[in-house]
Design a binder for this molecule. Structure first.
Ligand SMILES: Cc1cc2nc3c(=O)[nH]c(=O)nc-3n(C[C@H](O)[C@H](O)[C@H](O)COP(=O)(O)OP(=O)(O)OC[C@H]3O[C@@H](n4cnc5c(N)ncnc54)[C@H](O)[C@@H]3O)c2cc1C
Length: 212
């Protein structure tokens, strides 16, 4: 992000923002950091045995870099999955039945978070197949969504986890994204909706919780 200095004319600021910057000194100390800079996932669905009648939910399955604002959405969708799992006639093997269904919810958030992280060369960890290609597509979509309400709506519905990312590949959306622009501006991978500025990141997919 370009630094906004009150002595610089490179960035145009509103009078209110300029006043705030003039009044408040910039600080670099005393900033609280999020304790671990990573997306972290434990695959309970891969365990052979699990205590009967117990389930793991929320951040304990997968926690996401808070910058993506995914954790509560995932936890809420998992609660819904648990509701449906408990409501089914099958009473046995709750953990396995729940984990297998929850996996599908986590997969979507995981792919989006990990995909956005891999826009940064510093990111380490297993990269899901197709990450770079979809990242470039998403960057192009994000750039065009600035001036296209339909694309913006499609993108936000995915970000809010109302619909899966595959909806962004529907022909009507794909055509708008892929058709050449008159300006011929190069897609900027770092401008993806989720590729917000960050220094380093790690992707940790534990395989099973016992692999650590
Ligand atoms: C800075 C930050 C910003 C975030 N912003 C967003 C956002 O904008 N949108 C979004 O969707 N998500 C966001 N998240 C993620 C979201 O907060 C979490 O994904 C969500 O709270 C996970 O819910 P949970 O119930 O799994 O865990 P938690 O909310 O962490 O709940 C776990 C609870 O268990 C308690 N506990 C822990 N150990 C024990 C113990 N031994 N005995 C008894 N109790 C215990 C804890 O005190 C806590 O109350 C953010 C996270 C952070 C850190």
């Amino acid at each position: 992000m370009r630094r906004a200095s009150s002595s610089s004319q490179r960035v145009s600021l509103t009078p209110e923002l300029r006043e705030l910057l003039d009044e408040h000194p910039q600080v670099s100390g005393g900033i609280a950091h999020y304790p671990f800079p990573s997306n972290r996932r434990h695959r309970y669905e891969n365990l052979d045995r699990f205590p009967d009648g117990s389930v793991v939910v929320g951040d304990a399955i997968a926690s996401f870099n808070p910058i993506y604002g995914r954790g509560m959405s995932v936890a809420a969708l998992e609660a819904l999955v648990l509701h449906h799992t408990l409501a089914s006639d099958d009473r046995g093997n709750l953990a396995v039945r729940f984990s297998e269904r929850a996996e599908k919810v986590v997969d979507i958030a995981w792919l989006m978070a990990v995909g956005a992280d891999f826009a940064f060369p510093e990111t380490t960890g297993p990269k899901p197949r197709g990450t770079d290609l979809f990242g470039r597509y998403l960057s192009r979509l994000t750039r065009k969504a600035r001036t296209d309400g339909e694309l913006r709506e499609a993108l936000f519905r995915v970000i809010m986890m109302e619909v899966p990312p595959t909806t962004l590949l529907r022909p009507g959306v794909a055509w708008k994204v892929l058709r050449p622009t008159r300006t011929g501006t190069r897609p900027d991978h770092h401008s993806s909706a989720e590729g917000l500025s960050r220094n380093t990141s790690q992707v940790r997919d534990s395989g099973t919780p016992d692999d650590r």
